[in-house]
Design a protein around this ligand. Structure first.
Ligand SMILES: Cc1ncc(COP(=O)(O)O)c(C=O)c1O
Length: 459
């Protein structure tokens, strides 16, 4: 009997009902990790029918689900998923393609080719850049820095692919003081070691103080990578890319941009100026699962030098059909993984459904809602906005650290919305990231009212 057809239709109904309920749902889960685990029991001796497996899965998981794909989730930087992207992603699971290369799935690679071209156009990147579809910005930062490591060592007469790092010239990785932690992890994973990191002081908004960059670069010699940031995870601030690129180039350094969410500023004429000069870099990291609202997981590693990108990442073996000189690169050549999910379908569907104006509208709407929230909160007695809201990030000053931490817990327990606290320049603040396509003005107003109400109950 065909069991899977009815089960898939049931799955579609479960997902559709879940999504339909998100606008009114409690955001915070009611069950903890331990409670969900306890509901699952031990490994059974024999098989369980498909229907029962799915029934149990949904019943046990539901209380522990975070409504992070809904309109009032403002933690970290988390997008929802556009309808087209979600459905494309569900079909991707059904098709179960291995997106390693064209021999394994021409369609998967072709969709990455086309979606990659569209992404470069929207993000203002060189049309000749290579694109790797990664698991996220962590993967993309690692790929970009791997390409940079290969290149700067090659320029110093060292083949890191063949000879590794033992005895290699020391590579400096010059970063802003307020870089994202994934840069440090990438530097560790690439064997450069955290001591290779040289931090340039940050301006009050968290962007790199590029006036200090030349001095830092002159302070040492040898191969260097300069790591810029488009979109600070706390403030949304972007580095001065033209200045940074000019100084880095003069020192012969590779320029990598971590633009996990901030690179999307390029897609709207209203925010494009924040990332002017973006095309001057050598490699870029960006996420699909944040601001483009593609389901997890989805990121992009771009490189202005496809041959360097592929030399740093690709591998070949006798059994790999089509692995011959002169073939068209793509898929597994540009990422860390060999066998991999076909992420091009969902990204293509997101871009096809929104079009150029839709992507710009999504960016603009989130920025407008961030400003609306900031305005509403700044009118509440005792609350201040601690950053210049240039993008979709808002930092909220509620009082001292103790009050902020207590309020964070109250907000999360209340469940109307989900927000987290952060420490910014020594101060505990509430952090809001507006990245979801479905968030409305009413959601933002409700969040402002909830924060004000819960604060007034605590002070
Ligand atoms: C600036 C920046 N870089 C990198 C990352 C890591 O992204 P991912 O979790 O997709 O790997 C983030 C996540 O918030 C980020 O904001």
């Amino acid at each position: 009997m065909d069991e899977v057809g009815p089960a898939l239709r049931r799955a579609a109904e479960i997902v559709a009902a879940y999504r339909a309920g998100l606008a009114d749902a409690r955001v915070t889960p009611v069950a903890s990790r331990a409670e969900v685990r306890a509901a699952l029991g031990g490994l059974p001796d024999g098989p369980t029918p498909l229907d029962d497996v799915i029934g149990e899965l949904v019943e046990a998981a539901s209380p522990g689900l975070m409504a992070s794909s809904g309109p009032r989730y403002f933690g970290f930087v988390v997008g929802g998923s556009l309808d087209a992207a979600l459905v494309a992603d569900a079909i991707t699971s059904g098709w179960e393609q291995n997106a390693f290369n064209e021999a394994l799935s021409p369609a998967a690679i072709a969709f990455e080719d086309v979606a990659g071209t569209w992404l470069k156009e929207l993000l203002g990147l060189p049309e000749t850049a290579s694109v790797g579809f990664t698991t996220g910005a962590q993967g993309a930062n690692t790929v970009g820095l791997a390409a940079g490591r290969w290149h700067v060592l090659h320029e110093h007469g060292w083949d890191v692919g063949r000879d590794g790092l033992h005895g290699a010239p020391r590579v400096r990785v010059v970063v802003g003081d307020e870089r994202h932690g994934t840069i440090d992890r990438a530097v560790r994973l690439l064997g450069l070691g955290e001591s290779a990191i040289v931090a340039v002081p940050a301006l009050p908004d968290g962007a790199m103080d590029t006036s200090a960059l030349a001095g830092v670069l002159e302070d040492g010699d040898g191969p260097a990578i300069v790591c810029a940031q488009a979109g600070n995870v706390n403030t949304g601030a972007c580095d001065d890319l033209p200045r940074l690129a000019e100084v880095a180039r003069a020192a012969g350094a590779w320029v990598h941009v971590d633009g996990a969410f901030g690179l999307w500023a390029a897609a709207s004429p209203r925010t494009r100026h924040l990332v002017d000069g973006i095309e001057l870099a050598d490699s870029w990291a960006c996420d699909g699962h944040k601001w483009l609202n593609v389901p997890y997981d989805s990121g992009y590693a771009f490189c202005a030098h496809p041959e360097v990108h592929a030399t740093a990442m690709a591998y070949t073996a006798a059994y790999l059909t089509g692995q011959v000189a002169g073939r068209e690169l793509g898929g597994g050549d540009f990422v860390l993984e060999s066998s991999r999910r076909a992420r091009g379908f969902a990204t293509w569907a997101a871009l096809r459904s929104l079009g150029r104006s839709g992507v710009a509208g999504l960016v603009d709407r989130c920025c407008e809602l961030a400003r609306r929230l900031a305005t509403a909160l700044s009118e509440v007695d005792g609350i201040e906005i601690a950053n210049d809201v240039v993008l979709n990030q808002v930092l909220v000053r509620l009082g001292d650290a103790d009050l902020t931490d207590r309020l964070e817990r109250e907000i999360q327990d209340d469940g109307t919305c989900w927000l987290g606290a952060t420490t910014w320049r020594g101060e505990r603040l509430l952090r809001v990231a507006v990245s979801n396509w479905s968030t409305t003005e009413a959601d933002v107003d409700l969040v402002a009212a909830t924060i004000a109400r819960l604060r007034s109950e605590l002070v």
